[in-house]
Design a protein around this ligand. Structure first.
Ligand SMILES: Cc1cc2nc3c(=O)[nH]c(=O)nc-3n(C[C@H](O)[C@H](O)[C@H](O)COP(=O)(O)OP(=O)(O)OC[C@H]3O[C@@H](n4cnc5c(N)ncnc54)[C@H](O)[C@@H]3O)c2cc1C
Length: 60
C-alpha cells in the first residue's frame, strides 16, 4: 500500500487552503490526501458534502 511522505499532512492542508482561495467550490478529497481505505474516503466525502453546503449557503 502507498505510504504518505513526511510532511504530507501540512502539504495537504496548504494545498486545500490554496485551492479554497482560488476555487472556493472545489475540494480535495480521496485516498491521496487523508487515509487510504474506504472508511476514510467515505468520511472525507461526507465532510466535503457538508462543507460544500456551508460554502454554497455563505455565497448567497
Ligand atoms: C485491489 C484493491 C483492494 C482494496 N481493498 C480495500 C479494502 O478491502 N478495504 C478498504 O477500506 N480499502 C481497500 N482498498 C482501497 C480503496 O479502494 C481506496 O482507498 C478507495 O477506493 C480510494 O477512493 P478514491 O475516491 O480516493 O479513489 P478511487 O476509488 O480510485 O476513485 C478515483 C476515481 O477517479 C476517476 N478518475 C481518475 N482520473 C480521472 C480523470 N482524469 N477524469 C475523470 N475521472 C478520473 C477514476 O476512474 C476513479 O473512478 C483497495 C484498493 C485496491 C486497489
Amino acid at each position: 500500500m502507498p505510504q504518505y511522505q513526511v510532511g504530507h499532512e501540512a502539504r495537504t492542508q496548504a494545498a486545500k487552503e490554496d485551492l479554497k482561495k482560488a476555487f472556493p467550490m472545489v475540494q480535495l478529497i480521496g485516498s491521496s490526501f487523508e487515509g487510504g481505505g474506504m472508511p476514510a474516503c467515505a468520511q472525507q466525502g461526507q465532510a466535503a458534502a457538508l462543507e460544500a453546503i456551508k460554502r454554497f449557503q455563505s455565497k448567497k
